[in-house]
Design a protein around this ligand. Structure first.
Ligand code: PMP
Length: 453
């Protein structure tokens, strides 16, 4: 363990060469970051030896928890046996077996697994497959994508362009034509007096109106996270997703479920689309919990129906000319296999379904804190929104407050993830009731200190 302050200072000096995601390029490394050195179970330890609950589960990904020997061993054994194979020309047992295992777990006829290097590349591949599909079917004009304000779909040019966190797009050129945004289906923002059902119907009608105004012959796909994660854990009204899927099917628009966060147990199921929301997507993307973050790996699932339609529409072979050096990387696949073994052996999905109501009740016990304006929880993901003055919301001030809560919680042993004015949590799925109590106790203290500051 690195625990001396001189070591930490040296890491900070070295870190000035690491341009971190979303970092201010005019001040690289100027705000020293907490240096993490060790991890175990639901905890991470920093270079001062302080142990903290990993509230965001890394980045929505450390689902089976830290330090799982089975995954470590599986990766090491795989590296010793076959460290790499070219997915262009070769196959390997571990990647093939993982693809078969995932196809059996995925909903409906999502039997075709395209491995990627993470979530962005999975979503990028899904969008590009939608274009490819329509080209194969002889309708090259059917290329428009519909997304939603506050959605996050990744950091490639195409996926960032489909992400609807407008604040983050200011200085980056994005693809603007062919991509359309619906308003965010965030129940808290509905007009006073409007029922959830009426709000839901309005949002679904907005999707249909968008398809009709662009022209169904031009709209390729609607992409949606079943629960918006990086947008602040936005839980959409019951029935919303299924109704959107129905609208898409009626207008021959592909429904892409971005389950990069919501799959692999976060909502108590391997995949949430069908099991939680009753939706059968045409394509589905996953990453993160697929390996619990032990190795970078993502996957796009494509339905048999789409493959069959392409096959029927063409008289010649049609290569999906896309892929990565690390598609189906054997070490990442070995990590995913060992990860799935843990899910099965430890009954992790059942554990999440059992403990999720406790997690929700515990977080809702914070609702007496006046600055908390909304508590959103589903499965083991949660967003606690802060508004210092609900009558005069000020995004910058409220964001600064959430960052203060985060800093105070860190001091007391809990990592959070501030997202705009919300504190977001997605702890490792192995969390216990006692650990949830610890988390909520620190949260309360963090809010009190931030308010007093
Ligand atoms: N889709 C969703 C819903 C995500 O939350 C994320 C990452 N937070 C991505 C895609 C992109 O995944 P990655 O960072 O692995 O590229």
């Amino acid at each position: 363990m690195t625990d001396s302050s001189s070591d930490t200072k040296d890491i900070h000096r070295a870190d000035r060469h690491f341009l971190h995601p979303w970092e201010d390029v005019t001040a690289i490394g100027e705000t020293p970051r907490t240096v993490l050195t060790d991890s175990e179970d639901i905890y991470v330890t920093d270079s001062d030896g302080k142990r903290m609950i990993d509230g965001p589960g890394g980045m929505w990904c450390v689902n089976v928890g830290h330090g799982r020997e089975e995954i470590i061993e599986a990766c090491a054994a795989q590296m010793r046996r076959l460290s790499y194979f070219s997915p262009w020309s070769m196959a390997s047992d571990v990647a093939a077996n993982l693809a078969r295992r995932l196809a059996a777990l995925a909903p409906g006829d999502l039997n075709n697994v395209f491995f990627t290097t993470g979530g962005s590349t999975a979503v990028d591949s899904a969008l590009r497959f939608a274009f490819f599909y329509n080209n194969c079917l002889g309708r090259p004009e059917k290329k428009h994508i519909i997304s939603r304000v506050n959605a996050y779909h990744g950091s490639t040019y195409l996926t960032a362009s489909c992400s609807g966190k407008m604040r983050e797009k200011a200085e980056m050129d994005m693809i603007e034509d062919h991509i359309h945004f619906l308003s965010c289906p965030k129940p808290k923002d509905r007009p006073a007096g409007q029922s959830l059902e009426a709000f839901r119907d309005e949002k679904v009608a907005e999707l249909e109106a968008m398809i009709l105004s662009v022209g169904p012959e031009k709209v390729a796909a609607f992409i949606a996270e079943p629960v918006m994660a990086s947008g602040g854990v936005i839980v959409q009204p019951e029935g919303y997703l299924a109704a959107c899927a129905e609208v898409c099917a009626r207008h021959d628009v592909l429904f892409i479920a971005d389950e990069v966060v919501t799959s692999f147990g976060r909502l108590g199921h391997y995949f949430a689309s069908e099991s939680v929301f009753g939706v059968q997507p045409d394509m589905l993307t996953t990453a993160k919990g697929l390996t619990s973050g032990y190795q970078p790996l993502g996957a796009l699932f494509i339905s048999d129906r789409l493959i069959a339609e392409i096959t029927a529409a063409t008289n010649e072979g049609k290569g999906f000319t896309s892929g990565f050096t690390y598609s189906g990387h054997p070490v990442a696949c070995a990590a995913a296999m060992a990860n799935l073994d843990i899910f099965e052996r430890d009954g992790l999905l059942e554990h999440v379904r059992r403990i999720a109501p406790y997690f929700e009740r515990a977080l809702r016990s914070l609702s007496d804190i006046p600055v908390i304006s909304d508590i959103r929880v589903m499965g083991l993901m949660a967003g606690i929104e802060c508004e210092l003055d609900p009558a005069n919301p000020d995004e910058d001030r409220d964001m600064a407050f959430a960052a203060r809560v985060d800093a105070a919680c860190q001091r007391h042993g809990l990592l959070l993830r501030p997202v705009y004015n919300a504190c977001v949590m997605s702890p490792p799925l192995i969390i216990t009731e006692t650990q949830i109590d610890d988390m909520v106790r620190i949260l309360r203290r963090g809010f009190e200190e931030a308010l007093a500051a």
